[in-house]
Design a binder for this molecule. Structure first.
Ligand code: FAD
Length: 187
């Protein structure tokens, strides 16, 4: 992050973002990375280590099992970004190491919730989410430790080859670096 400058180097900023959690940092990144945006961005963050922010506390799971097209697409985009974050966030060849293992969320339903699970599954498939539908019998085969007595089915998030669990991330996309304009972070 060699082009991030210490606080108050500028007397003027075009955009000031209060809070450097995932949302504030994301706004700062996408503004700075946008070649059409010529302004300077400052992020003001009160926590030195993010231990108290939701971002710092987050487990880091990214699911594609949502019930609206917008959330499915946003999540797919986010997953791709995180997988290639070491390239997206590289500055002058310096790449952050972001460990990310895709294990997949497992959504389960009883008989009562089965139609909702199937409806959402169909929507998620329509948006090319990497998921697979499992009957109660298939759940038992995949997860022998799971009590499926009161389960009717499940929806498992996974990598492209849904018969495999889990797999490590392969970072292979082209590099997109931050722009060279000053972006400030202060605490
Ligand atoms: C325990 C836990 C586990 C979670 N697990 C997941 C998960 O697995 N997957 C998932 O998708 N989501 C998860 N979430 C939800 C996710 O973490 C949040 O939705 C997301 O981090 C919110 O980001 P944010 O930037 O809006 O807020 P925050 O991360 O809270 O960032 C806000 C920042 O603003 C700063 N701030 C506040 N006031 C000021 C001020 N006056 N001046 C300067 N700075 C200020 C704070 O210090 C903080 O750093 C989890 C949340 C928690 C709590």
């Amino acid at each position: 992050m060699s082009d991030i400058k210490p606080a108050f180097n500028n007397s003027h900023y075009d955009v000031i973002i209060i809070g450097g959690g995932i949302i504030g940092s994301s706004i700062a990144y996408f503004l700075s990375a946008n070649k059409n945006f010529k302004g300077d961005v400052l992020v003001i963050e009160k926590s030195p280590n993010h231990f108290e922010s939701s971002t710092g506390l987050s487990v880091g799971g990214i699911r594609q099992q949502f019930s609206t097209p917008e959330n499915i697409e946003i999540s797919k985009y986010g997953a791709e970004f995180i997988k290639n974050a070491n390239n997206h966030l590289s500055v002058d060849g310096e790449k952050p190491y972001i460990p990310f293992t895709e294990s997949g969320y497992l959504f389960l339903s009883s008989e009562k919730g089965k139609s909702t699970l199937q409806k959402n599954f169909n929507l998620q498939k329509k948006h090319n989410a990497e998921i697979v539908y499992l009957s109660d019998k298939e759940l038992k085969i995949r997860f022998p430790w799971l009590n499926v007595d009161d389960l009717a089915g499940g929806c498992l998030g996974c990598k492209i080859r849904c018969e495999k669990l889990p797999s490590l991330v392969n970072n292979s996309n082209p590099s997109v670096s931050l722009s060279k304009r000053p972006t400030g972070y202060i605490r």
